[in-house]
Design a binder for this molecule. Structure first.
Ligand code: PLP
Length: 400
C-alpha cells in the first residue's frame, strides 16, 4: 500500500512553479536565461507598506491573531469593497488567509462533497482544477475560445450546469489570458446563474486593479446583487501592491461559508502572518498611487509584447484587457521543426525547445487547459521583454 494518500495522487504539482524552477536551474548552470514564467510583479512593495510591517514588529504584533484576521484589517477590507466595488459586507462576512490561494482552497475544502461539480472556464489558473480534485470534487472545464476573447458564453455556461454543480469559478482579468469580463459580459452569465439557485460563484478578483485602456472592472455580486448571498468575492494584496511574498488574501461572502472556512483554517494554518496583516492594512488604507503607476507600466509592457509577438511568424497574439499575461496561439507552428531539430507536436514541445534553444522560459498552454498556446508573464523590464521577444522571433523564423 502506498504511503502517500490517494487524494494526492489525483493532483499534479503547479506547472508554472515547475517551469520557473527549471529556468532557475539552467541559470544556475550559467545559461543566459530569461524567465517569463512567474506570475508576480517585479516591483518592490511600496515603502509605506514595508514601514508599516517594521512598525508592527516593533509594536509587538508578533503573536497569534484571530484565526481569520485582525479586526482592523477586516474593517479595511469592508471599506475597500464598499469604495471600489459598491459591495456592502459586514466584518463577520470577511475572512483573511495566507494568500488568495488559501481563500480559494478553504472555500472548496469547506463545501465540496464527492461528486460535486465545479465549473472552471479554460484557460484557467493552474491551481483551480487541482484544488477541486484535492477537495474531492469534479472539475467541469468549459473552454473560452480565442475568437470570443477567451471568455465563456452564457450558452456554454448554461450547457455545463447540472444538478450537481456547486460552484462556478470566475476570474477576470484572467490568469493566463489577461481577458476581462466587462459588466455586460458578466450580466450574460449572471442571468444564467439566477436561474440555477444551487450554483455558487467564486469570483477571483486578484487582478482587479490591473486593467487597461477603457476597460472597467466589474465583479459578479456587484453586477447581480441577487447573487450576493451565494458568492464568495475573493481578492488580495499580492498583485495589487506587489506583495506576493507577504501572503495575504481575503474573501467576503455569506457568514455560514465564512465561518466554515475559518473552522478549516483554525485546524490548518491558524492566522495568516501577523506582520503581513498589518502590512496589508497599510496597503488598503494608505496612498493608492502605486496602483496607477503599476497599471501604466504594465499597459506599456503589454503593448510592447503584443506588438513584438505579432511580428513572429506562426504566432497570433490577442491584446488582453488586463493582468500581466499574454496567451498567444501557436497553431501555425504545430507540425514544424525548430532550428535545433525539435519537431513541435504540442505546445509543451514548443516551450521546451524555446527554452533549450533561446533561453526564454514560458509556460505551455496545456498547463492552463487550452492548446496550442503559451503564456508569457510580462512582469519584467522593458529591456528584458524586448530581448525575449527578439529571441522568440528568431526561434519562429528558424522553424521549418
Ligand atoms: N488567483 C489567480 C488567478 C492567481 O493568478 C493567483 C496567483 O498567481 C492567485 C489567485 C493567488 O494569489 P495569492 O495567493 O498570492 O494571493
Amino acid at each position: 500500500m502506498s504511503f502517500l494518500s490517494q487524494t494526492l495522487a489525483r493532483v499534479k504539482p503547479s506547472p508554472t512553479i515547475a517551469m520557473t524552477g527549471r529556468a532557475r536551474e539552467l541559470a544556475a548552470e550559467g545559461r543566459d536565461i530569461i524567465s517569463l514564467s512567474a506570475g508576480e510583479p517585479d516591483f518592490d512593495t511600496p515603502l509605506h507598506v514595508r514601514e508599516a510591517a517594521k512598525a508592527a514588529i516593533d509594536a509587538g504584533h508578533t503573536r497569534y491573531t484571530a484565526v481569520d484576521g485582525i479586526p482592523e484589517l477586516k474593517a479595511a477590507i469592508c471599506d475597500k469593497f464598499r469604495r471600489e466595488n459598491g459591495l456592502d459586507y459586514a466584518p463577520s462576512q470577511v475572512t483573511v488567509g495566507t494568500g488568495g490561494k488559501q481563500i480559494l482552497y478553504n472555500a472548496l475544502m469547506a463545501t465540496l462533497n464527492p461528486g460535486d461539480e465545479v465549473i472552471i472556464p479554460a484557460p484557467y489558473w493552474v491551481s483551480y482544477p487541482d484544488m477541486v480534485l484535492l477537495a474531492g470534487g469534479t472539475p467541469v472545464i468549459v473552454e473560452g475560445e480565442m475568437q470570443n476573447g477567451y471568455r465563456i458564453t452564457p450558452e456554454q455556461l448554461e450547457g455545463a450546469i447540472t444538478p450537481r454543480t456547486k460552484w462556478v469559478i470566475m476570474n477576470s482579468p484572467s490568469n493566463p489570458t489577461g481577458a476581462g469580463y466587462s459588466e455586460e459580459h458578466l450580466r450574460g452569465l449572471t442571468d444564467v446563474l439566477m436561474r440555477h439557485p444551487q450554483v455558487w460563484v467564486l469570483a477571483d478578483d486578484i487582478y482587479e486593479h490591473l486593467v487597461f485602456d477603457d476597460f472597467r472592472f466589474a465583479t459578479p455580486a456587484q453586477v447581480e446583487p441577487g447573487l450576493k448571498d451565494r458568492t464568495l468575492t475573493m481578492n488580495g494584496v499580492s498583485k495589487a501592491y506587489a506583495m506576493t511574498g507577504w501572503r495575504i488574501g481575503y474573501g467576503a461572502g455569506p457568514e455560514t461559508l465564512i465561518r466554515a472556512m475559518a473552522k478549516l483554517q483554525s485546524q490548518s494554518t491558524s492566522n495568516p502572518c501577523s506582520i503581513s496583516q498589518y502590512a496589508a492594512l497599510a496597503a488598503l488604507t494608505g496612498p493608492q498611487d502605486y496602483i496607477r503607476t503599476s497599471r501604466e507600466v504594465f499597459e506599456r509592457r503589454r503593448d510592447l509584447v503584443v506588438a513584438g509577438l505579432s511580428e513572429c511568424p506562426g504566432i497570433v497574439c490577442p491584446k488582453p484587457e488586463g493582468a500581466f499575461y499574454v496567451y498567444p496561439s501557436i497553431r501555425d507552428l504545430i507540425g514544424k521543426t525548430s532550428a535545433g531539430g525539435t519537431r513541435i507536436e504540442t505546445d509543451e514541445d514548443f516551450a521546451s525547445a524555446l527554452l533549450d534553444e533561446t533561453g526564454v522560459a514560458v509556460v505551455f498552454g496545456a498547463a492552463f487547459g487550452l492548446s496550442p498556446h503559451f503564456r508569457i508573464s510580462y512582469a519584467t523590464s522593458d529591456e528584458i521583454l524586448t530581448d525575449a521577444v527578439a529571441r522568440i522571433r528568431r526561434f519562429c523564423e528558424g522553424t521549418r
